[in-house]
Every structure is written in C-alpha cells, then in structure tokens.
Design a protein around this ligand. Structure first.
Ligand code: GP9
Ligand code: MN
Length: 405
C-alpha cells in the first residue's frame, strides 16, 4: 500500500537539504578510519559511578574527559535490541514497532553509512564474537554494504575464553586489532562487544570489582560485567595505539540499549539511591540514556550536553568525515551543530525535548521532572508520532529504492 510512486515523490520532496551548520568540525576527520564500538547493554548511569568506592568504568570516565562525550544521548531501540541500534546508527531511520528490521526487512534497499563511505573509497567490516546468523546479520550486512563480516568463526575460541553468548570481550578485541591492521585503508569498522549481556555472567578471575549490594542478582552482577567491558575498551585503545591506528582513526563508542530493564524497579531505585524505592515514568525515560564518546584525532574534545539519540550518529559521523548528505533521506541531525533541534524520539512514542518529556500519555517539564498539563506536550507527541510513521512507511514500503536509483 505504501510503495506507490505518489509516496516516493512525496518522500523525495521531503529529502533533507542537510545544511552543514557545524563548519568547525565538518571534515575535521576527512580521510580517517572510522571505528565504531557498539557497547553491549551499557547505560549512562555507570559513568562516574562507584561500587564500594571502586570505579565501575575507570577507562571510560577518563575518556569522557578526553574526547567528545554526550551525557544526554538516548538509545532508540525496539525489540531488535543490538541489531536495532546497528540499524538506527547506520541508516538514521527508526527501528520497527514490532520485531527486528534486521530480520523482517533485510532485503530492502537502504543507503547506509558503509555504502556512502564506499563511494568515497572506504572499505567496511563488522567484528563480533557470535554466530554470523544471529540477528540475520550475515544477510543484513550485505544489504547495508559491508564488505566483510568477521564473525566468531574468525576468532580462536577456547572454552575459557568464552562466557554467556560467546567470546569474551578482552580476547575478542585482542584478536580484532590485527585484523583491523590488515584492512584496506581508509576503513569503517564496527566492533560489537558482548560480555556485558544479560544475565551478566562472569568467571571469577575476570571480576575486577565487588558486586553491587542489591537483593536483585541481575542488578548486583551488572556492574561487574560493565567493569570487565571497560577493561576491554582500555585494551582496545592500547592495541590500536600499538598498531598505529589510533592517530588515524575516529573512535566512536555508543551504548546499544539499557542493561537493566524497568522491570527491575527496586534495583534501579537502589542504583539511583532513591530511598523511597519509587521511580516515576520521567525517571524511566532518563534511564534510557546510553553513553556516547567520539574521539577525533588531534581534538581534545569536551562534554556536549545536547539531547540526541542513535538516529543522529549517521549525519554526525559522516559530517566529521567531510561528507555532505544533501539529498540523503535521514531523520537525525549533526550532534555537533549548534542549530540542531534538541530531540530524542523513542520507538514507543516517548519524546524528549529541552523543556518537556512526553511518555506514557503524561507530560513532564525538564529538567525538574514535574508532571504538567498533557496538552503542553501534544505538539511534541504528534511530531514524534509523525516521524515514526514516516520511517515505518519507508521500511514497510521499501521506499528508498526510489531514491537510490
Ligand atoms: C548478540 C548480541 C546481543 O550477537 O549482539 O544481542 P542483544 O540480545 O543485545 O540484542
Ligand atoms: Mn545488545
């Protein structure tokens, strides 16, 4: 019903001009490699958090001060979890309301980051220590234009090097860097971590901090696997330096989605040190923040408080590499731009602006979290729904095939 020419024409009309309004950073990393790390189940509250006086993310805490760090960045995933995060960040489209777009629409036409970069001479690859068909990745990566997928079969996986879903993050990054070194340059590499995955299992010798004092074992263990993943990122950076890739690469790290779901209400209240144990819908929205770091060679970086989401990564990163997206169809905006509209839309219709948060049919003011007249949020909620519907139309109708031809 959607794939009519009328819709396609309408869509072409709407294709954004994509004004480049961060002239300072546009092209700041032209020709550099791009390494994007998808950090499993990592929420922003772990940054600068301590358990029994021990830092949970000592390496990332330092990185937050030596790169661009975005404290108000939100995940926007639906049921497709990690794969949704991948889809959103590479396409700047929303995931679907049901199911995983990686599985249901893997044969659509897209204009994803790897394909755009290929036109500029980039090689692209994905690295992940799990079975290649998980989330239908082997098929979807071809559709998105990746040149190669280094799945678990490319890694040495002894029994003691695996936990939970697959290869542990430290041996995984140790074995990834030699492959990166051999890739044609410049490259775009996506590196997907795994150890910090529900139910947060870890061998004792890998446990670097105490468990969190909570009666909820998931919440309790979560901090130990986050600590382990932080160590893996530290190892990754040091190996990249040794391999002489560090200075020639933009390194991006984003949390893919929450690790502790809202069903763990009591544990979440303990984490946030709320003695009454009560969390509001506003709190649950705040909890959907995931960390985003962007390290640009030669730039000191700083904290950027703009409100944004995974949908904004594609334009942000392509602008850094000096690629103008005029005529490209995407929903996000460059996070470095001062003129962007600060906004994050979740798959369930929740929307966050600078002044308001709309969720669960309630309206809250920012940053206080005070509930206010729902009518105040109506225009924002309608705008969010319209974006989601337009994105859904594109995917269900495979409408990008009219743009790319
Ligand atoms: C699986 C890994 C985790 O390969 O990416 O997936 P998730 O369960 O988080 O979607
Ligand atoms: Mn995940």
């Amino acid at each position: 019903a959607f794939a009519s020419n009328v819709d396609a024409d309408e869509m072409k009309k709407q294709a954004k001009d994509d004004p480049v309004n961060n002239p300072k950073l546009f092209g700041a990393a032209k020709g550099k490699n791009l390494i994007v790390v998808s950090l499993e189940s990592t929420q922003s509250f772990v940054i600068d958090y301590k358990v029994n006086g021990q830092e949970v993310t000592p390496f990332l805490n330092k990185l937050a001060r030596s790169s661009y760090y975005f404290p108000n960045f939100y995940h926007q995933t639906g049921q497709g979890k990690t794969s949704d995060a991948e889809f959103i960040t590479d396409n700047s489209l929303y995931p679907l309301p049901r199911g995983a777009v990686f599985q249901t629409h893997a044969l659509n036409e897209y204009k994803a980051t790897p394909e755009i970069l290929k036109e500029k001479g980039y090689y692209s690859a994905v690295f992940h220590g799990n079975d290649k068909s998980f989330w239908n990745r082997d098929i979807m990566y071809q559709t998105l234009g990746y040149d190669h997928y280094f799945s678990e079969e490319y890694y040495d996986r002894s029994e003691e090097d695996s936990v939970n879903y697959g290869l542990k993050d430290i041996p995984f990054v140790e074995q990834t860097v030699p492959y990166l070194k051999k890739l044609p340059k410049p490259f775009y590499a996506k590196v997907i971590t795994l150890t910090n995955h529900h139910p947060y299992l870890l061998n004792e010798e890998d446990q670097m901090i105490d468990t969190f004092p909570s009666s909820d074992p998931i919440v309790s263990r979560y901090f130990t696997t986050v600590r382990y993943a932080d160590e893996a990122i530290k190892v990754l950076f040091s190996k990249l330096k040794k391999a002489r890739l560090y200075k020639n690469s933009v390194i991006v790290i984003y949390g893919d989605h929450y690790g502790i779901s809202e069903r763990h209400e009591e544990g979440l209240a303990q984490i946030l040190k709320r003695e009454d144990g009560v969390l509001t819908p506003f709190d649950h929205v705040q909890l959907q923040r995931v960390p985003l770091f962007i390290h640009v060679p030669g730039k000191k970086g700083k904290q950027i408080k703009t409100i944004g989401g995974q949908i904004d990564l594609k334009p942000t990163l392509l602008h850094l590499l000096g690629i103008n997206l005029k005529g490209d169809y995407h929903f996000g905006t460059d996070l470095f731009s001062k003129k962007r509209e600060e906004l994050a839309v979740f798959r369930d219709g929740t929307v966050i602006s600078k002044d308001l948060v709309y969720t669960d049919e309630s309206c809250f003011t920012q940053p206080s979290g005070t509930e206010t007249d729902p009518a105040l949020c109506e225009p924002l909620a309608a705008k969010a729904q319209e974006e989601l519907d337009r994105s859904d139309d594109i995917i269900y109708g495979d409408l990008l095939r009219f743009l790319v031809k």
